[in-house]
Write a new protein. Structure first.
Length: 316
């Protein structure tokens, strides 16, 4: 697989003519967004001046203002976003491997997300930027995912909360396991300390048995659950624990991992869509470029990072 520096060179050199055209369109789009925003704000101010004596109507007007503003923004950026993804993200993926396919409208199948058992069952899943194919003989697929849960209050009013938003990756593992093994961020221990955090972990009735690992650094960052203590420790060798720690440090975001059947599921909680084009910053900005390049390299580099293409497992 190409290195991050090779992908960066491709971004700036091969894609530069396209980037330059898109940068001009971005500036023009930014001006249009500004004009529409000013006009919408003026309309809102004028309407509000007639509703000063009616607070309920002002609240409604604010809601309408936000809704219309969001709708107009999405409408304005729609074509630009599609052009960016087809002319920048797609070529970046294809230069990594011709065996990878990209669809900006699709996302990981809901069944795979639920099978991972990393989060509570979602009531609604959306996403985009689906990549699938084979890298170094290993099947892999990933996409942006936004999983949400529905809630209703005593008045039957509906609301939604985010369970997960970020990059979700599924790759083949070269061993079929009998039990699910989950590796989750150790939020309890980091928040409440070893004593209380350890008690909360042990009494998490929504999960299987707590598995204690003999790597102190890994224990500080992650908590492991499985029905099979022996198999969990077999999967999470010292080498793999070090690699997961390295992956967590490289991503700089909460990392969730599960081993189910012959697949590994990896969820990185970025709390945003990752391959959306920059509107308010230049596409030629190095930091902006490295967000796209770095995310792709991280997702596809997992095969090398975790040695998924190597047959390192033997039967128990």
């Amino acid at each position: 697989m190409k290195s991050k520096s090779e992908l960066t060179d491709f971004y700036y050199k091969t894609l530069f003519p396209t980037l330059s055209k898109l940068e001009e369109k971005r500036k023009h789009l930014l001006y249009r967004i500004f004009v529409v925003g000013v006009l919408l704000s003026l309309v809102f101010i004028i309407l509000s001046s007639f509703l000063l004596q009616k607070p309920d109507f002002i609240v409604f007007a604010i809601f309408v203002y936000i809704a219309i503003g969001s709708f107009l923004y999405k409408l304005l950026v729609k074509d630009y976003t599609l052009e960016f993804k087809q002319n920048i993200i797609k070529p970046l993926i294809e230069t990594i491997s011709q065996e990878l396919s990209y669809n900006c409208h699709h996302h990981i199948n809901e069944h795979l997300f639920k099978r991972s058992d990393l989060f509570a069952k979602p009531d609604r899943i959306s996403g985009n930027d689906y990549v699938s194919g084979i890298v170094k003989g290993t099947k892999i697929e990933f996409s942006d995912i936004h999983a949400e849960a529905r809630h209703k209050d005593s008045k039957n009013k509906e609301s939604w909360s985010t369970l997960f938003r970020g990059l979700f990756i599924v790759a083949e593992f070269n061993k079929n396991f009998n039990s699910k093994t989950l590796v989750l961020p150790d939020s309890a221990q980091s928040t409440f300390g070893n004593l209380i955090g350890g008690w909360l972990q042990s009494n998490n009735f929504a999960r299987d048995e707590l598995v204690r690992m003999d790597d102190n650094e890994f224990e500080r960052e992650f908590v492991v659950y499985s029905k099979d203590q022996i198999e969990a420790r077999y999967i999470l060798s010292h080498s793999l624990m070090k690699k997961l720690l390295g992956l967590k440090k490289k991503s700089k975001h909460p990392l969730y991992v599960s081993f189910v059947g012959n697949h590994i599921h990896i969820a990185i909680d970025y709390k945003k869509d990752l391959f959306e084009p920059s509107i308010f910053y230049s596409l030629l900005d190095y930091n902006i470029a490295m967000e796209y390049v770095g995310t792709l390299h991280l997702a596809l580099g997992i095969i090398d990072e975790l040695k998924l293409n190597e047959k390192i497992w033997s039967k128990l």
